[in-house]
Design a protein around this ligand. Structure first.
Ligand code: XIL
Length: 353
């Protein structure tokens, strides 16, 4: 009889352990006081049970990949749609996950009525103010952190001038956005987010200077998002990323790794997947060592749904799970790093947030 029970127990545990024998990332991450997140879409949540299961099991935070961008939220002036964002946020809430709202102000993903505007400066200010106030206040207390402004800088450190907001309002649109977001939800954590600003370079310097100026003048900013869309054969300098994060820490600001993915030329070899895992591992170590890095987020989590193959032709396989939700070496690497006892992480200062 006893053997019978053991057999039954084994039958139930074997499929589960085969699919997933490690403790989930989100559980391991708790000890390190860091959120582990992924960008997600509403259709996948609605239609794909394995997507829902994997997401809820492994991640403690979600970013709205597209659902809260300007075009889907205000497709016509003054007419707002929130169905997609609601799907994501309700899923997150019922699975005890935090939400990163992405993104209030960006030069891209705008509706035609914004792209083809002929506003005066005052009109543009009113459009942007109303958008931010409407979206942020709708989710007051439910969206934990906002990417308020996304990709406002060029690689040379100048402000991007091919943006409807820059053209109509001028450089002040950035700080205006932060002030309006703060007014609409005083408890929301407010981030500036960009790509190519991971290492010390002209762009990260410009972002640093802006954040320093904001802190000095009382413009409400809480953190800097480092996107980290990495081509896997491009070696980012860990040392340089650490120095950059350290400088941001000295300003009293948090860092989130916001959009990590590591794309590989297809078809992909096992060796390349292993090297990809090394990149993921190094980035997570950097995040855990930094006292101000409070979230580590990948841009999607399964190769079944990723923006990479359509945006960077000939590349793919950029995420932690393959198209059938099998964990890849990159997943195993992150899991192993998170298993390191926090006391053994070489943190350069205690967390103060
Ligand atoms: C991408 C989405 O993943 C795609 O689905 C969409 O078509 C275009 O935008 N930097 C960002 C993200 O801040 O918003 C982008 O997301 C990827 C690059």
């Amino acid at each position: 009889m006893k053997n019978y029970y053991i057999l039954i127990a084994l039958l139930f545990t074997i499929p589960a352990t085969m699919a997933q024998d490690a403790e989930p990332l989100r559980e391991l991450a708790k000890k390190h006081e860091i959120e582990i997140g992924a960008a997600v879409g509403p259709q996948q949540i609605q239609n794909d049970a394995l997507y829902r299961e994997t997401l809820a099991r492994e991640f403690s935070m979600v970013t709205t990949e597209n659902a809260l961008k300007f075009r889907p939220t205000e497709p016509q002036q003054g007419r707002f749609t929130f169905d997609d964002a609601d799907t994501i946020i309700e899923f997150a809430e019922s699975n005890n996950m935090k939400v990163r709202g992405h993104t209030l102000v960006w030069h891209s993903y705008l509706p035609n009525w914004v792209e083809n505007n002929d506003w005066t400066r005052e009109e543009a200010i009113e459009v942007l103010r109303n958008h931010i106030e409407t979206v942020v206040s709708r989710y007051e207390g439910r969206i934990f952190v906002w990417d308020v402004v996304n990709e406002a800088f060029e690689n040379d450190g100048s402000l991007r001038d091919d943006s409807a907001w820059y053209e109509a309002i001028g450089p002040e649109y950035v700080e205006m956005a932060f002030r309006w977001a703060h007014e609409a939800d005083p408890d929301a954590v407010l981030f500036y987010n960009d790509f190519g600003a991971e290492e010390m370079n002209a762009k990260s310097k410009a972002i640093y200077e802006m954040a320093k100026d904001f802190k000095e003048r009382g413009v409400p900013i809480d953190g800097i998002g480092l996107q980290m869309h990495i081509p896997f054969d491009h070696h980012l300098s860990g040392r340089s990323i650490r120095r950059n994060i350290q400088q941001i820490n000295d300003l009293g600001l948090q860092v989130h790794i916001t959009e990590l993915d590591v794309r590989i030329d297809t078809p992909v070899t096992d060796e390349e997947l292993q090297e990809q895992a090394d990149v993921y591992e190094e980035m997570l170590k950097i995040a855990l060592e930094a006292p101000n890095c409070t979230a580590f987020i990948t841009w999607g989590f399964t190769d079944r749904y990723s923006w990479i193959p359509s945006f960077f032709e000939g590349t793919g396989a950029a995420l932690l799970f393959d198209e059938d939700y099998n964990p890849k070496p990159a997943y195993q690497a992150l899991n192993a790093v998170l298993q390191t006892p926090p006391a053994q992480i070489n943190r350069w200062k205690e967390r103060n947030q």
